[in-house]
Design a protein around this ligand. Structure first.
Ligand code: NHR
Ligand code: GAR
Length: 204
C-alpha cells in the first residue's frame, strides 16, 4: 500500500470546503496528495484557487452529456486517471448514479449542510427555518446509493436564531463545515475510519 493517499475533490461552485481541506492538509502535513479538483461546471469559482495552488483541474460538464449515465461514465473515467484512494464531494451538486457510487464504495465522502437524517436534498437551510428547529448543522457521510443517507462520520451543530435568514444560517453552518470536513478527511487518510453495520467507527 502507498503511504501517500491520493484525493480527488469534486466541486460545482465556490469550493470553500475544498480550500479548507487543501489548507489543512498543507498546514498539518497529512500523508495525502490532492491529485485533482474536478468540476461539473467550467465557471466554478473554486477552480481558480486549485490552479493557483498547482493542483490539476478538470472540467466534466454535465450539460455536454445526454444522460446521467453518460455523464457519470465520463466523470468516472476522468477521476480514475488520478487513481484516487478517496473521492471528496465538496459542494458537488449533481446526483450520482448507483453504478458510479458503487464503484467508489467506502471511498467517497460528502458534506451535507444539515443534521442528517433531517433535511436531505436541496435548500436545507430554508427547510430548517420552515421546520422551526432550534439547532441545525452539517454532516459528513460516506456516499451510498440512497441520497444523503450514507453512514455518518461526524456532525456539527449550530443554533438557529430568531432573526435568521437562509443566508445568515448558511454562513453559520459553513464555518462549522470548514472544521469538520478537514477533520473527517484526515481521519480517512490516517486509515482510522471503518463502517460496521451502517455505523462509522473512528479508531483512536
Ligand atoms: N449521489 C448519491 N448517489 N448519493 C448521495 O448521497 C449524493 C449524491 C450526489 C451528491 C451531495 C448532495 C448534498 O449534499 C450528493 C450526495 C445534489 C442534489 C440535487 O438534487 C441533491 C443532493 C446533493 C447534491 N441535484 C440536482 C440534480 O438533479 C441538480 C441541482 C443543481 O444542479 O443545482 O442532480 O446535498
Ligand atoms: C456547502 O454548504 C455544502 O455543504 C453544500 O453547498 C455548499 C458548498 O460550498 N453542499 C450541498 O448543498 C450539496 N448539495 P463550497 O462550494 O464553498 O464548499
Amino acid at each position: 500500500m502507498r503511504a501517500m493517499k491520493n484525493i480527488v475533490i469534486l466541486i460545482s461552485g465556490r469550493g470553500s470546503n475544498m480550500q479548507a481541506i487543501v489548507q489543512a492538509l498543507t498546514k498539518e502535513s497529512w500523508p495525502a496528495h490532492i491529485a485533482a479538483v474536478i468540476s461539473n461546471r467550467a465557471d466554478a469559482e473554486g477552480l481558480a484557487f486549485a490552479r493557483q495552488h498547482g493542483i490539476a483541474t478538470e472540467v466534466v460538464a454535465n450539460k455536454d452529456y445526454a444522460s446521467r449515465e453518460q455523464f457519470d461514465a465520463a466523470l468516472q473515467a476522468t477521476i480514475d486517471r488520478f487513481q484516487p484512494d478517496l473521492v471528496v464531494l465538496a459542494g458537488f451538486m449533481r446526483i450520482l448514479t448507483a453504478s458510479f457510487v458503487e464503484h467508489y464504495d467506502g471511498r467517497m465522502l460528502n458534506i451535507h449542510p444539515s443534521l442528517l437524517p433531517n433535511f436531505p436534498g436541496l435548500n436545507t437551510h430554508q427547510q430548517a427555518l420552515d421546520a422551526g428547529v432550534k439547532v441545525h448543522g452539517a454532516t459528513v457521510h460516506f456516499v451510498t446509493t440512497t441520497l444523503d443517507h450514507g453512514p455518518i462520520v461526524t456532525q456539527a451543530t449550530v443554533p438557529v436564531l430568531a432573526d435568521d435568514t437562509e443566508q445568515s444560517l448558511a454562513a453559520r453552518v459553513l464555518i462549522q463545515e470548514h472544521v469538520i470536513y478537514p477533520q473527517a478527511v484526515r481521519w480517512f487518510v490516517e486509515g482510522r475510519l471503518s463502517v460496521e453495520g451502517g455505523r462509522v467507527q473512528i479508531a483512536r
